[in-house]
Write a protein that binds this ligand. Sequence first.
Ligand SMILES: [Fe+2]
Length: 54
Amino acid sequence: MLKGEQGANAKKYEASLQAKEAGCDSASGFFRESSQDEGRHARILQGLLDRYFS
Ligand SMILES: [Fe+2]
């Protein structure tokens, strides 16, 4: 689950860069913001794992 969030973060960030290169600023912004959400999800999950399972 954590790897899924981390992977989504990386892939969506990558997609934002590709959209920017293609000149599609709205898609780039969408993917960038969405990648930031995935990064937050990953940090939340990591915090829960550290707190309750380590
Ligand atoms: Fe997520």
